[in-house]
Design a protein around this ligand. Structure first.
Ligand code: 13P
Ligand code: SF4
Length: 307
């Protein structure tokens, strides 16, 4: 903490001067998560917060699609991201042109798009979803359109995990999260053997066989809430490394087993580049009209259904 203190102080002062807010994802390192994040949470929580903030300037502590989502929702605010290289393997697995081709192949079938996508993909979609509302969104749009199948893009594993929880038929794409795809069912079995009694929580971007071996699956916020509500003696969070660090701060009595996979994109956001970005107002994220307006409809439909 003492090494961070001057930067943290400078960031918090600049935020006040510029009426800026830092929206920080649960995968940010603890210095950002705990010391400069004004709002911390999962993808859905960050998007909802963007619609509510009265700040003039949003600094996204997260990856590019999250900053785009903030801009889609807040076209009159300035949205900055500390590193333009903070991408996502899911977002880069599909383009808006791909979605147009899929829609031609399956006419009349609604498209549910994970928020981990670029604005041009959202603009081609009927509705967005996140890991915390995917089942509800699939069922909502199928009912609203009077159909028994939906297209769900781009995460193959999230789509398969959702398919196990609903009767709606899911047509999936082949995108994968490079972080969660690395966990295997064998890993879970070995961890259970090494740590008897451990509670295993898995993010739904993990392969279905990993989710099947786990005790609970949910978004990053749902995992964090689970630990807070149940105070398990020993827990494993099958997700990005910083989650355990952040959840551990609020749950000092819980023992965290830490088989962690780093998200290289999330880790491109540092306290240093966040400070420089806020100071110099660099790396503005822009989304051209009318793409933004079409993407807005898809994101807002999701937010409306989530309440
Ligand atoms: P959530 O925080 O919405 O669960 O998303 C996880 C993720 O991988 C974001 O990139
Ligand atoms: Fe994308 Fe996976 Fe990183 Fe999340 S953890 S930003 S889904 S690559």
């Amino acid at each position: 903490w003492p090494a961070y203190a001057p930067l943290v102080h400078a960031i918090n002062e600049l935020k006040k001067q510029k009426n800026a807010v830092v929206l920080a994802h649960n995968y940010m390192t603890p210095d950002i998560f705990a010391l400069v994040g004004d709002y911390v949470g999962d993808s859905l929580g960050l998007a909802i917060e963007a619609t509510k903030t009265e700040a003039d300037l949003i600094i996204q502590g997260g990856v590019h699609f999250m900053a785009e989502t903030s801009k889609i929702l807040c076209p009159n605010k300035k949205v900055l991201i500390p590193s333009m290289r903070a991408g996502c393997s899911l977002a880069s697995s599909i383009t808006g042109a791909d979605v147009q081709l899929i829609k031609q192949r399956y006419p009349g079938i609604p498209v549910v798009t994970y928020v981990n996508t670029s604005a041009d993909v959202k603009a081609e979609s009927d509705i967005c979803c996140t890991s915390s509302n995917a089942v509800a969104i699939v069922e909502h749009i199928a009912k609203a359109r009077g159909v028994d199948k939906v297209i769900m893009l781009p995460d193959e594993f999230l789509a398969k995990n959702v398919a196990r929880q609903t009767d709606i038929e899911i047509i999936a794409w082949h995108g994968r999260c490079e972080v969660h795809a690395r966990f295997s069912a064998q890993d879970v079995r070995e961890m259970r053997e090494a740590h008897p009694g451990v509670v295993v929580l898995a993010h739904p971007e993990c392969p279905p066989e990993v989710v099947a071996e786990s005790d609970f699956t949910g978004s990053t916020k749902a995992m964090s809430d689970y630990v807070g509500d149940h105070s398990p003696g020993k827990v494993i969070l099958l997700t990005e490394c910083s989650m355990s660090d952040n959840v551990a701060m609020a749950n000092p009595t819980v023992d965290f087993v830490r088989p962690c996979n780093l998200c290289p994109h999330m880790k491109r956001i540092t306290l240093e580049n966040l400070y420089e970005c806020l100071r110099d107002e660099t790396n503005e994220v822009l989304v051209p009209e009318p793409m933004r307006a079409r993407a807005y409809d898809a994101v807002m439909r999701m937010i409306e259904v989530s309440f």
